[in-house]
Design a protein around this ligand. Structure first.
Ligand SMILES: Cc1cc2nc3c(=O)[nH]c(=O)nc-3n(C[C@H](O)[C@H](O)[C@H](O)COP(=O)(O)OP(=O)(O)OC[C@H]3O[C@@H](n4cnc5c(N)ncnc54)[C@H](O)[C@@H]3O)c2cc1C
Length: 380
């Protein structure tokens, strides 16, 4: 299992200090405005909090994966789920696709800019008619000499407003299903690429989520990621990391919800005593702790497997489903201990509750996660 790492703890303290200084004073306002300023990305990069596990030769710090995942976990724990998701899409999803699949020229071009925050990364899979059933995607990228002619649209793309780079799935062979899908590194500043409006969501308010449209966009042929037609194989390879990151957010959020509820039940009085003294409150809190411990154990086991290159698709899917169900359950049960105040936006437990909901949907719905686990058990 993962050993205690003093450097990691130091890095954690630095990040917490950074959030206290640079995120906490503004977060409420960003949530109200529905987006974080673009400068947050530059600030995160300048302070060394983006793509930290990217090797030094590509501009990163070359530290272990858990350093990168810690940032996701701690931002969620602090109640900044929008930030957690934003960094996750950039550092835990987009960057690893490039690091693991891109050629040297692509890595040297994109990764240093992602480390500094000059380039914001996003991942573009979902389309209006293709969510769980990604093979049904209609985006096409047809090779024409020195470029792919890209047409179609995506929806629900996290970091969509700020994105400079989208790791985008499109069919290079539109007649085929899975075997026709390829991944492209698409510069959002190319002619014909348009960002739709910032979508209005029930939670994760300052996390920009967008539709993307591309009309005869000429993507240079050298911006294909890996080999044409291998898009689905690459997805299978990289999704376990994405799902581990979603679990990091879940674990952080569970811990954050427990932190604030523990403090609240010691203060709030009813029937002449702190509400934390009622047996129900104690049992609800204890159950949340038990859920946290189980999630942490599963998460750490996953992380250890990932670091050994042994994490399979089924285990990561199981973790994603388990950890996000736990997150939702814990947030709901702990909100109850706040009574009516738990329903007030002013109390951050309400945000833990609403921001938990999406975790069971994106990154592959939890129903699809169970399909993956069952396929591993039954063979199809
Ligand atoms: C805030 C937000 C951020 C997102 N960020 C991104 C992003 O950055 N990049 C990206 O590409 N996508 C992103 N998504 C999209 C997300 O991954 C999809 O919404 C998700 O995969 C589900 O697809 P869908 O919405 O089309 O639902 P559908 O596929 O239409 O599913 C509807 C329901 O049917 C169920 N269902 C479907 N198929 C099956 C089946 N075979 N068995 C059992 N049940 C099934 C689903 O579980 C679900 O309950 C984001 C979504 C949101 C809301």
């Amino acid at each position: 299992m993962l050993a205690y790492d003093a450097d990691l703890e130091l890095f954690r303290d630095n990040f917490k200090r950074y959030m206290n200084e640079h995120i906490a004073p503004h977060y409420e306002q960003w949530e109200r405005e529905g987006i974080m300023p673009r400068s947050v990305w530059n600030s995160l990069g300048e302070n060394g909090f983006l793509c930290v596990d990217v090797p030094e030769e590509y501009g990163g710090y070359g530290v272990a994966t858990e350093y990168s995942l810690m940032l996701i976990e701690e931002s969620a724990r602090a109640g900044f789920a929008s930030l957690s998701t934003a960094i996750s899409c950039h550092s835990e999803i987009a960057a690893p696709y490039i690091l693991h699949i891109a050629n040297e020229a692509q890595k040297h071009y994109w990764l240093p800019k992602m480390v500094t925050g000059e380039v914001v990364g996003a991942i573009g899979m979902t389309e209006p008619g293709a969510g769980s059933d990604l093979q049904a995607m209609r985006s096409s990228a047809i090779l024409q000499g020195d470029h792919y002619l890209l047409n179609g649209s995506k929806t629900f793309i996290s970091n969509g407003q700020h994105a400079d780079l989208v790791v985008l799935a499109a069919k290079t062979d539109p007649q085929a299903r899975a075997k026709g899908v390829s991944l492209l590194l698409v510069d959002t500043h190319l002619d014909g690429f348009k960002k739709g409006t910032n979508l209005d969501k029930i939670g994760l308010h300052s996390q920009d989520t967008s539709e993307l449209f591309y009309d005869n966009v000429k993507v240079p042929a050298d911006q294909i990621l890996g080999q044409a037609g291998q898009g689905f194989a690459y997805l299978m390879q990289e999704l376990p990391r994405e799902r581990t990151a979603i679990a990091a957010t879940a674990l952080g959020a569970i811990r954050g919800a427990i932190d604030i509820t523990t403090a609240y039940v010691k203060e709030r009085q009813a029937f002449g005593q702190a509400i934390g003294q009622f047996q129900n409150s104690r049992f609800v809190l204890a159950q949340a702790k038990i859920d946290e411990l189980a999630t942490a154990a599963f998460y750490n086991q996953n992380l250890a497997l990932y670091k050994q290159g042994k994490l399979d698709v089924e285990t990561a899917a199981a973790l994603k489903s388990f950890s996000t169900d736990m997150q939702m359950k814990v947030a709901d049960n702990l909100l109850q201990l706040f009574g009516g105040y738990g329903y007030m936006s002013e109390y951050s437990i309400s945000r833990f509750f609403i921001d938990a909901r999406i975790q069971r949907i994106y990154g592959g719905t939890n129903e699809i996660m169970k399909e993956i686990v069952a396929r591993g058990m039954l063979g199809r």
